[in-house]
Design a protein around this ligand. Structure first.
Ligand code: GRF
Length: 199
């Protein structure tokens, strides 16, 4: 195994963010995507794994409910950071404990607004539209025990015109996600590395 810092991406859907992250780190000197995990057998993200020749694992419900098994997989691959990219399952407490401040998520709104349970996908943008918000955006944050409440690492904003539909908002927010997720992960991981090296 290489000595690079290892990321595992967890995703349930199409994986457009996973695609950008895999591409960004494909020739990185210090960080690599070592594993892609999905909880859905036919998730688009598994084809991304193939595209970049990255190992992928489908975790079925029974395995997901067995925290030790999930921990075992992540440990076997020597995963340092877990990157959530549209992963619709709650991360078990034991995993959060073990990878404390090493699990990063992206959310398609300006948290703390429009976060929490059931706030995913178009639900978020419908709620933003219904609230007549003038701006929306995305938030990259650490994962703790509470949905969408971990420390915020980075936010970016986009303007909402009155005639924009929730789908239009979603498109603009996704552009921001693609632009910012990988460099934010990189900055965070490398900053941590420097902090550890100094101590
Ligand atoms: C993104 O909007 C992200 O903010 C949310 O899930 C979506 C994943 O989209 N957590 P994709 O599968 O990366 O296209």
């Amino acid at each position: 195994m290489s000595s690079k810092i290892k990321l595992a991406i967890m995703a349930s859907g199409g994986g457009s963010n996973a695609d950008k992250i895999c591409s960004y780190f494909s020739h990185h000197y210090n960080i690599e995507v070592a594993l892609i995990i999905s909880n859905r057998k036919n998730a688009g993200v598994l084809t991304i794994a193939e595209k970049y020749d990255i190992e992928d694992i489908y975790i079925d419900k029974a395995t997901w409910d067995n925290v030790e098994a999930v921990k075992g997989i992540l440990t076997d691959y020597q995963i340092d950071y877990i990157i959530l990219a549209g992963f619709l399952k709650l991360i078990p407490y034991d995993i959060i404990q073990h990878w404390r401040d090493k699990i990063i998520n992206i959310h398609p709104s300006l948290l703390p607004k429009f976060g929490g349970k059931d706030m995913y996908g178009l639900n978020v943008h419908n709620a933003v539209k219904a609230a007549k918000e003038k701006t929306s955006g995305m938030t990259i944050h650490l994962v703790n025990e509470e949905y969408d409440k971990g420390e915020i690492l980075f936010q970016a904003t986009c303007h909402i015109e009155p005639d924009m539909t929730p789908e239009d908002i979603a498109k603009n927010v996704l552009i921001l996600e693609h632009l910012h997720y990988s460099p934010t992960i990189e900055n965070f991981v490398l900053m941590r590395l420097n902090t550890i090296a100094k101590n």
